[in-house]
Write a protein that binds this ligand. Structure first.
Ligand code: MN
Length: 723
């Protein structure tokens, strides 16, 4: 048990101007008020408020919060009155204590209208002064620390469930990461003791096995030191509850879990964060899709950090978080850290929390407790999103759902004809993620059809299967058209006329279903026109393409063969592609990665379908003498809304000035480009090169981004890397 003087020392350690006399008065008052009361453990009751005050001091909170911690149970459990507290400690502390008392009276386990009213009380109390919630969370933390002393198993379970359902999400919302994980692990231990113990056992077994965490820490720290970066590297095992969640979510056994350790790198300033990221990606293989930039795009609770996963030292798959000390403090202490950094009152910071604002709006805009419950629940239960139809009906969708999911939930016809969407009356892109409380309206249009890009932007099974059902038919049509074109072209090249009537023979020999199947097989790259021509004209010797020879000769006779003459293609009946049509055996060539909007050409590959190259690509020269492999293709006129993003690679040369790298990433972020990889290629004293892979929608999007980058003072050159 902590002693009074230890509490005082703790407060003085971060606030040497603290009003110690006030804290001592609160201590003495609480001691007298609780008198001989005992905790379930048999200890004097006073230990509880004292420990709660100590947890508040761990969060480095102000004297008023510490005093409230000491006094928080006096109104409920003793004869003390509000007026008495006000007389002795002033209105601020009396109000805070009363707020905590009100919160404590709330029973979250009633499934009734009463519950709605309870939620309302909770948030009313909380938004008036966020410190009420902070004290309540510390109160709950200490109660969870001592829960084993409770007699009834039933009550333990009830409190643990309430902790997991209500209080740990609230701790997360105010950014109290440490409190959140402690509440989660302790509640989980009560609710699923066996699972908890199994994971705990495996974890401690692993950490005893070797000192792998220390060795990885040392190696990472060594690398950073070599590059003259001052950083603190620390590894920590993930919490038991988060390991359990991951196992359940990904259906894995403990042994299949790879990254149960996360490493944190803390550096001096924001631009160093990106520098470290570039360095780490250079040293170790990055795991695709795991890079998250929460610095440019911070979480609603204020959390900022860069996240990435790499195959690190000792071939360990590890997660790395890169942040500054301030970002780190905010992640651990949430609102409390804001208070420390800004030296303003905690209360003033409430306004900067978007979700608190949202809640306040909800509180003022509804009078119906049941509707309020729906509204409120939605911010607490984070894997679902609650939206409204234009008529005001509430619709529940999984988190990440888009207006398209909404449309398909209404009816698959509405989904298929979805032309545009409005959220809260404003037209938005179909890929927009829905937020709680959004009112969603779908605009349908006759003749609108689903496009393949839609598959990437829906999350519900219903929408996915409806789109797939529709597209399978569509795709087959497109394949038939493409296959026919390829075959017709190849036959003309060989000097044969072409007719559908010739095909039954081919169908028989190659055991295909029908004429359409022949075309589809060609389009999918299962067959090459050669095999079909061989069936139709078996006696004909398989000559090397005569016209190809003509081409070769023409090239040889031209001026030294400097530039090859490329086949001319009729653009009139070019095949429309959007680079997405799956099953069509159409792929974007990796050498030149053309973007929608750039001139392109298709090269037919034996057995591999069609590669789409930029017309400017050097690699297509090698096919100059094989005109029957060339296919006229064009981008679909309109890049479909929600179309897939294309990755382009850039090399950027930057002056070595403070903040340069972070202004680059911020510019890309502001231009709506999504950075998928970033590496520092070479570094001199004044300049350095970074290589950056960014997802863009099309060539206009890309050139806008380039223009924005070129306008930065710290950037010397930006070039696109192809081939
Ligand atoms: Mn208490």
């Amino acid at each position: 048990m902590i002693r009074q003087y230890e509490l005082v020392d703790k407060v003085l350690s971060y606030n040497d101007k603290a009003d110690i006399a006030l804290i001592n008065r609160a201590y003495v008052f609480s001691m007298k008020a609780h008198g001989n009361q005992k905790r379930a453990s048999g200890e004097p009751y006073l230990t509880h408020p004292l420990e709660v005050a100590a947890i508040l001091a761990d969060l480095k909170l102000d004297e008023a919060s510490i005093c409230t911690g000491l006094l928080h149970d006096t109104l409920e459990d003793t004869l003390t009155s509000y007026d008495e507290l006000k007389d002795i400690f002033g209105q601020e502390i009396a109000d805070l204590t009363e707020g905590v008392t009100k919160l404590s009276r709330i029973n979250f386990n009633n499934k009734s209208v009463e519950q709605a009213e309870n939620f309302r009380k909770l948030f009313m109390a909380m938004t008036k002064d966020i410190r009420v919630l902070l004290v309540k969370l510390c109160d709950r933390t200490h109660n969870m620390r001592t829960i084993e002393h409770m007699k009834k198993e039933e009550s333990k379970k009830r409190i643990a469930k309430e902790t997991l359902d209500i209080f740990s999400p609230l701790a997360d919302r105010v950014g109290l990461y440490k409190v959140k994980i402690e509440l989660e692990d302790r509640a989980f231990k009560v609710l699923k003791k066996e699972e908890y113990e199994k994971i705990e056992e495996r974890k401690s077994f692993l950490s005893q096995q070797d000192d792998i965490i220390e060795r990885v820490e040392e190696e990472l720290a060594g690398e950073l030191k070599q590059h003259n970066i001052k950083a603190i590297v620390s590894g920590r095992e993930k919490t038991i509850y988060s390991i359990y969640n991951k196992m359940v979510k990904k259906n894995l056994t403990f042994d299949q879990l790879t990254d149960i350790v996360a490493y944190r790198i803390i550096v001096d300033d924001k631009s160093k964060c990106y520098e470290v990221l570039g360095l780490i990606h250079n040293l170790y293989k990055a795991i695709p899709g795991r890079f998250k930039d929460y610095i440019s795009n911070s979480k609603p609770n204020g959390y900022q950090s860069l996240h990435t996963s790499v195959i690190g030292p000792y071939a360990q798959r590890i997660e790395i978080q890169i942040r500054t000390q301030e970002m780190h403090d905010v992640s651990e202490y949430g609102v409390a850290a804001h208070w420390l950094y800004k030296q303003s009152s905690v209360q003033a910071d409430v306004a900067s929390y978007r979700w608190v604002k949202d809640l306040k709006e909800m509180l003022t805009s509804t009078d119906d407790p049941e509707e309020f419950l729906e509204n409120t629940k939605m911010d607490l239960f984070s894997d679902e999103v609650f939206v409204f139809t234009p008529k005001g009906d509430l619709i529940t969708l999984p988190k990440g759902a888009t207006p398209l999911d909404f449309a398909y939930l209404v009816h698959s016809d509405v989904g298929n004809k979805c032309h545009a969407a409005k959220i809260n009356g404003r037209i938005v892109p179909l890929r927009t993620q829905l937020k709680n409380g959004d009112q969603v309206e779908v605009v349908t249009k006759k003749g609108q059809i689903p496009n393949p890009g839609w598959r990437e932007i829906v999350v519900t099974a219903k929408a996915k299967s409806a789109i797939n059902r529709y597209l399978r038919v569509q795709e087959l049509d497109a394949q038939i058209k493409l296959g026919r074109e390829i075959l017709e072209k190849a036959m003309r090249r060989e000097g044969h006329s072409f007719s559908d009537k010739d095909l039954p023979k081919v169908i028989e020999v190659h055991k295909l279903k029908d004429v359409d199947d022949v075309y589809a097989a060609i389009a999918q790259g299962r067959f090459f026109p050669r095999q079909i021509i061989d069936v139709l004209y078996p006696d004909e010797e398989e000559t090397k393409d005569d016209k190809a020879k003509e081409y070769l000769e023409a090239i040889e006779s031209s001026s030294g063969g400097a530039a090859k003459k490329m086949p001319t293609l009729s653009e009139e009946n070019a095949v429309g592609i959007d680079g997405l049509v799956s099953g069509l055996a159409v792929q974007i060539a990796g050498c030149c990665t053309p973007l929608p909007g750039e001139p392109i050409v298709g090269i037919i590959n034996t057995g591999r379908g069609v590669s789409i190259h930029s017309k400017a690509c050097k690699n297509i020269e090698q096919f100059a003498d094989e005109p029957d492999r060339w296919l006229a293709v064009k981008w679909h006129d309109k890049i479909p809304d929600g179309g897939k993003a294309f990755v382009v690679r850039m090399r950027i040369n930057i002056s070595h000035v403070p903040g340069a790298l972070s202004s680059v990433t911020t510019t890309i972020f502001n231009a709506q480009g999504n950075i998928v990889d970033l590496k520092i290629e070479s570094k001199g004293p004044d300049l350095y090169d970074i290589r950056c892979d960014v997802e863009v929608l099309n060539v206009e999007h890309f050139s806008d981004m380039m223009a924005a980058l070129r306008s930065l003072k710290c950037i010397n050159t930006v070039e696109r890397l192809q081939g």
